[in-house]
Each structure stands twice: as structure tokens, then as C-alpha cells.
Design a protein around this ligand. Sequence first.
Ligand SMILES: [Zn+2]
Ligand SMILES: [Zn+2]
Length: 317
Amino acid sequence: MRAMVLEHPGEPVRAATLPDPTPGPGQLLLEVAACAVCRTDLHLRDGEIDAPKLPVVLGHQIVGRTEDGRRYGVPWLGFTDGTCHYCRTGRENLCVNAQFTGRDIDGGYAELTVADERFCLPLPDGLPDEQLAPLLCGGLIGYRALRMTGDAERLGLYGFGSAAHQICQVAVHQGRTVFAFTRPGDGRTQQFAKSLGAAWAGGSDEAPPEAMDAAIIFASAGPLVPAALTQLAPGGTVVCAGIHMSDIPSFPYDDLWGERSIRSVANLTREDGHEFLALAPEVPVRTTITTYPLAQAEQALADLRAGAFEGAAVLLP
Ligand SMILES: [Zn+2]
Ligand SMILES: [Zn+2]
């Protein structure tokens, strides 16, 4: 099969011909119809997070079909032991022996993939493969982050890419008021956010029209954490939704005082997946995508790094 492989972090992913994967016990062999590109793929490619298995086929937002035509989504969480303290307490996202798709297990930048059936998610009917793919990480983990904001009415989204453009639609559907923060001067993305229901959009260096009850940070710039904190009402929460972030600068304790909090969100549980995939068609979440042929995976990653498109990039093998 054809695949795009990461061999050396810091260097481009390259085209390779690999043996067709063989499903083991409990695994499904899937023909990859679409695989969305996640910022985590970019962090692996750039060596900002560890890639323990090299070479590796990146990609963990996979829409694939079995030989008998069943359609599944394969997300980031690829395996858990089911026995550790976290698994036994409903927090399999923190499993100490977790394996992640496109990092520990070869992923979806390929024509074929195998996945543990227990971690594959049935997908809602009626949406094309390429529209569904970005739901499988940006959507799922974004939704987990949104849940961590509780009943926050005034919600800030920092970094308006694949996850935020989906979560903006969900939050508006839930009756929340969304403030979208982009790179300063990025009027195009600010317009995009408003078109999806954001009540206000501006640069990350600007103040929203009102104090916020929560903010979710999807971008990987640590200085956004204290910036968001200063825009929170008392009792507010900053949720960091990415797997990697540059260092967070120090800030005065006064900014945290008033029962404000900062927390991270790690990975997903299967329950998050089922819940979000049931909710998405109700909203309905409509993804904005830019498609690339599989062979242009490196270009898709470069365009993500440069902020060259709105919404999500999707590879079509
Ligand atoms: Zn576990
Ligand atoms: Zn991801």
C-alpha cells in the first residue's frame, strides 16, 4: 500500500510503499477513505512531541471502510489496558498503557490501516467521508474541552482552526455566547468565526466586549494562557486543549485569584466519541475543509503550520 511515513522528526514525511497491514485478533482492516490532519501530527512531524515508534504512519482522524462496507471512525485513542487505576475509574483517556493512533500505532496517512474494533467509532449516516474526518479529533477532543467549561455562558476560543470552528457551532447551538480570538490582524479568520455564529471576533491581544466565564485554548502558544486568564470573570476556567504548548510565562497571582482555574484536557474516552458523534448531526456541525491527495501530506502540514486555510485539512488516499 501507499503511505506517507514519518522517519525522522524535523524532516518531511515521505512517500513509501509498505506491505498491506494484516489485522490481528479483534482488529479491523480498513480502507482509508479520508484522514484529517491534526495539529498533533504537525507536532510529531516537527519533533515537538515524542514519536516513540519510528518510522510511523501519522494520522488519527480516519474514516475507513471494512471489506463488507461498514464505515468507522478511528480516533487518537487506539488501545487501553482496561485494568489500570484510570481505566477502572472511567478515565481511560489517562490510561498508563494507552496507545495512540498515528503515534504508537500506524495511522491513516495510508491507503489501508488496521484498528482495534473496540476503539473504532460508528459514524452517523448522511455526511461524506471527508466532512466527517475532522470530527474525529478536533471535534471529539474539542468537545471534551467544552464539557470542562461546565455551564459557562460567555466562552472564549483561542486559535480558530479545526477544533474551534466545530466547537463554536456546538457552543452556539447550546445557547452560549462565543468570542473568537485569532492571531492579531487575521481578519479573514475573524470573519470566518463570525460566519459560524461567534458574537465577537478579534486578535488574541484584544479584550472581548465582556468578561468571559471560560476560555478554551486550542493554539499552542503558552503566552495565551495568562492572556486568557486576565479576560475571565471570577470563577472562570482556562482549558488548554492541545497536547503541546510552548512555556507559559509567569503572571501575578491576582490574575488567578477569585477561584479562577487553569486546566488541561488530555486525549479522549470512547464515551466522548459516542456522545459527540451523536450530537454533531443534531447541531449540525458543518466542517470547512481543504482536501489534499495523500502524496501531498507534507504540503498539508506546511499549510497548517502557516495558517493557510480555514477549518481542517483532509487527506484523500
Ligand atoms: Zn488503563
Ligand atoms: Zn488530534
